[in-house]
Structures are given as structure tokens and as C-alpha cells.
Design a protein around this ligand. Structure first.
Ligand code: ATP
Ligand code: MG
Length: 388
């Protein structure tokens, strides 16, 4: 039935002079998910973007992929036809017949939007003309302009697009329109959600994952890769850096107080992340930290963690409830993977009673017992990179 998808832009339309840039980024993303389909055309027509294919099976697959692109608020599967009134009538009947075969229809309404004012039939006139045709061709139906069972939309642009379904999508801004961020990705519930939320605001996301192999198993690595893959459906391809920090944990364990190990390790994670960020021209770090969720996530800890890096650390989950985070994790299908019970390096080395109000001076003193530069550069040299 459908041969084209219409795409309505969200906040991009408010971008004034920058609109062109945002639209181009969005077009790039749409092309990236549609280019594996043969004979697909992506183009703009008077304020909307369209993806055209003569293969109906492809259209429904493409629809699912486009639903996950940020910067789009609404999509509709449509029939594209020439602006010839006889053809428009014929296709309106086809689409109505198609809908009637799938659901109970007692009332309907036609809603025309004539962007191309050169088209000779005005919107109201076209509504009643097409409404009349439908009434003539189908029994037991009525027009209801207030609360119809079915709405038939007719958009008159360079071509004519007929459709009945408006599917709300994610909104946000196209990935890549707001700089680059390095996500500290663990195997937990929170960090994949954090990456998703920053990508939604246009940040291009790369990821870094710290493990303590052989204390953490390869299954943990697989789990993190799986999570990166899941969020890449929204964020676009993700460059994942995996780094072994076993020596860091060992050195902390033998030289420092157990209570401080979490915060000391977190500062190492930031130091290493900063190095990776510099190498990749990345502007900000992103974590899944959430105030008060665990003993180590207090305002005092945050300030001691921030002190170690000059880069801003974005924490999109900071004020959320766990239930809200889980809801998003389920929606983006990372939850079931995140709760697989494989050990994380933090869970293996985590102290029974972590400090909740670390003092910067104490932490700095403890760090004097560690060979920081060497630990950082050794960890850095274990780095493996994958694109997911
Ligand atoms: P998550 O659910 O994301 O694992 P969490 O609730 O377990 O988070 P913490 O263990 O305190 O909380 O970790 C806070 C943040 O630090 C994580 O969200 C993540 O961004 C980062 N982080 C923790 N462990 C790792 C790791 N092994 N590799 C990369 N980043 C990590
Ligand atoms: Mg965790």
C-alpha cells in the first residue's frame, strides 16, 4: 500500500539560521540507516523529509529504524501520487479500503494541508470533494469532523501525499549537532541510559569501559559490547575503548585505605578518560551517576571526582529516581542485558563501607602512595578499540 514515509522535524525548526545544518545532519543519519535498502530515495519537500521505496516490506523495516533517530517528532507511512485530482481520488479510496479491512470504521474526516498554493483546489474544497467520494464508495459510514474513527490526511506539496497514521517519535536533536562526549560505560543499568539521553540532545557518543580481567570475565566484556550495540541503534556507530585497570585496583588495595578505594578508582577512571578524550577530540565526559543511589554517589564525592579533570562531566541521571531510569532502560531495551549477573570490576573491589564524605586533601594524601602516571600509562597501553 505505502510507498513513502514522511518525516516531521522537531526542535530543528526553531533553529533559525542554523536550521540547514541541523537538517543536513538529520539527512545524513536517515541515509545511514536506509542506504542498505535498494532503490531508496531520501529527499526534502517543503518542510518535511521523505524516504521513498517501491518495496513495501522495506518501507515497514525502514519505519522501525527511523523511529529511533533523534530530531524527528512524527512519521507517517504515505502514498505519494502526482497532483492530479483523478489519481488523488482513486488513491484516497484505496487507502480508505485498506484501513477498513483492518479496523471497524463508522466515521471519518479528510484533512487537507495545501502547502503548494498553486494547486487549484483549496483545502476545504478538497476535503469535501474527497469526503464525498468516500461516502459514495462505502456503506454505513458518516463524516465526523470532531471525533472521527479515521482521519485521512492529504498534503499538497511538490507531490501529493496521502496517509492516515501519525506516529509520535522520540524528538531530541540529531546526533552530532552538539559535540562529542565520552560515555563511561559499565555493565549496569544507568550508564547506557545516560549515553542514550545525551545522544538525544545531539551529542555524538563514544564509550570507554574499564575491566579487571581476569577478575572480571569475558562475559562481562560481551555484556558491555551488547549494551553499546543496543544504544548504537539510537546513537549511531559507537567507538568502544576497553581498558584493563586491574593494576590500578591492586595498587590501591595494597597502598590505601579500603574505604577510599571506590573514589580513588573513580578518579583514575577520569584521568584515563581525559586522555582518551584528548586523543579523540572529545569535549565532555558522561556518566550514569545519580545522587544518593549508592554510598559513593554523594555531592562530596562528585566534587572530589570533578576536581581531577578539566573536562565537564555530564550526568543526565543525577536527579532521577531509579524507577524512572529503569523505565527508560526498558524502553530502549538495555534493561534485560544490564541485569545479567556478571561481575563488574567495581563490585569485585568495592569496599564494605565506602567513604561518603571524602575530603579532597585526604584523597590527595592517599594518592601520594600511588605511582599515578605509571598506572595511568600502563592502563592506557592495554586499550582495545572496537566499533559497534
Ligand atoms: P551503572 O548502573 O551505570 O553501572 P552504578 O549505579 O553501578 O552505575 P557506580 O558503580 O557508582 O554506579 O558507577 C557510576 C558511574 O561510573 C557509572 O554510571 C559509569 O558511568 C561509571 N563507571 C562505573 N564503573 C565503570 C566501569 N567499569 N567502566 C566504565 N565506567 C564505569
Ligand atoms: Mg555499576
Amino acid at each position: 500500500m505505502y510507498n513513502i514515509i514522511s518525516i516531521s522535524l522537531g526542535e530543528i525548526v526553531l533553529k533559525g539560521k542554523n536550521r540547514g545544518y541541523f537538517e543536513r545532519k538529520l539527512m545524513e543519519q536517515i541515509k545511514a540507516v536506509t542506504n542498505k535498502f535498494e532503490g531508496v530515495k531520501v529527499f526534502r519537500d517543503q518542510g518535511k523529509i521523505f524516504v521513498e521505496s517501491n518495496n513495501e516490506k522495506d518501507i515497514s523495516e525502514i519505519l522501525e529504524k527511523i523511529k529511533k533517530i533523534f530530531g524527528i517528532v512524527q512519521i507517517s507511512p504515505c502514498i505519494k501520487v502526482e497532483k492530479d485530482i483523478e489519481i488523488i481520488k482513486e488513491k484516497t479510496i484505496d487507502i480508505f479500503k485498506h484501513i477498513k479491512s483492518k479496523q471497524n470504521v463508522h466515521t471519518f474526516k479528510v484533512a487537507t494541508n495545501r502547502t503548494d498554493k498553486r494547486f487549484p483546489i483549496k483545502s476545504m474544497e478538497l476535503n469535501s470533494l474527497l469526503g464525498g467520494i468516500i461516502l459514495k464508495n462505502f456503506d454505513d459510514i458518516k463524516v465526523d469532523v470532531h471525533n472521527p474513527d479515521v482521519l485521512i490526511y492529504v498534503d499538497i506539496k511538490s507531490d501529493c501525499y496521502i496517509y492516515s497514521e501519525k506516529i509520535k517519535t522520540l524528538g531530541g536533536l540529531p546526533v552530532g549537532t552538539n559535540g562529542k562526549g565520552l560515555l563511561l560505560l559499565s555493565g549496569g543499568i544507568d550508564s547506557p541510559v545516560a549515553g542514550y539521553l545525551m545522544a538525544k540532545r545531539g551529542v555524538e557518543v563514544q564509550a570507554i569501559y574499564y575491566h579487571t580481567y581476569p577478575f572480571t570475565s569475558e562475559r562481562t566484556d560481551e555484556k558491555v559490547k551488547k549494551l553499546a550495540e543496543k544504544i548504537s541503534e539510537y546513537c549511531g556507530k559507537i567507538k568502544l575503548h576497553s581498558i584493563n585497570i586491574l593494576d590500578v585496583y591492586k595498587s590501591i588495595k595494597s597502598n590505601c585505605s579500603e574505604k577510599e578505594s571506590t573514589i580513588l578508582a573513580r578518579r583514575f577512571m577520569m584521568r584515563i578518560a581525559e586522555k582518551v578524550a584528548a586523543e579523540n577530540d572529545i569535549d565532555v565526559l558522561i556518566t550514569g551517576e545519580n545522587l544518593g543511589q549508592v554510598a559513593s554517589q554523594t555531592v562530596k564525592s562528585i566534587s572530589v571526582i570533578n576536581e581531577i579533570t578539566g573536562l565537564p562531566i555530564l550526568r543526565p541521571l543525577i536527579g532521577m529516581d531509579k524507577t524512572e531510569i529503569i523505565e527508560i532502560a526498558k524502553q530502549i531495551d538495555t534493561y534485560e542485558t544490564s541485569i545479567l549477573p556478571y561481575d563488574d570490576c567495581c563490585s569485585i573491589f568495592s569496599p564494605k563501607h565506602p567513604v561518603t564524605r571524602p575530603k579532597l586533601n585526604d584523597i590527595r594524601k592517599s594518592e601520594e602512595y600511588l605511582n599515578i602516571d605509571k598506572l595511568v600509562s600502563n592502563a592506557y597501553s592495554t586499550m582495545k578499540i572496537e566499533i559497534l
